[in-house]
Design a binder for this molecule. Sequence first.
Ligand SMILES: [Zn+2]
Length: 243
Amino acid sequence: MSVAIQGVSIPRSGHHFLERLLRSYFNGGGRQRMHYCEYYTCCRTRPCKDFDPDWATDELGMHKSHDEILRGGDPDYEPVLVPSVNPKHLIQIRHPVPSTISDYETYLAKKPARDSAKLAKDPDFELHPPRTWKAFSVPELLYRNTFLKKWILDNEWIDSPRHLVLIFDDLVADPRKQLASVIRFVFPEEEPDSEALDRAMNYEPVKPKRDPGVFEHVDTLDELRTLCDETWEACMARLGART
Ligand SMILES: [Zn+2]
């Protein structure tokens, strides 16, 4: 059977890193077995309008979601996702503090280009200075807490073989092992192909982890950690108890 996977990820938790690994694994062998829907810049429908029900039997359709409604997203833009077992869910998480730092750095880097694109479309578009770290970080940390509660702590399907949780630090530390676990999750009847795994590693060398010590607002981090450490540790205990 072809397989659809609903990806649900905290922003900056390695979703696109995994996407590249999967593309290399499934599409690097001369055949395109993986179809990917970014949702936000693709079709904004689920399942993706480009996914074909008549796929060959061993093809993968992968969807992305950040469950934006949890951070005040518009339900018309992305309807509420509910944990379920159909399709399979691949949940990617990372500690709220480093993922928010990474998100903030991405926001600052992309803001000038986004502003000029908006200005080009609408000459009356009002430019605002970038949000401060404090204005950005607190709602983002609370969103991540809510995400973790919904998708890990309160998720009734978390122990189902149709839900897989991938932790960012594990993915970065050993991408080959984590990619193999995703392949087994997607196609349990198919032994991961070690040549294709090697190929994926060649395409995507492991990047070094960001050093939080170089972050400009490092003095705020202890205080911000208190907002989310308890939830994160509860998640790690919950996930550790499964293995
Ligand atoms: Zn799509």
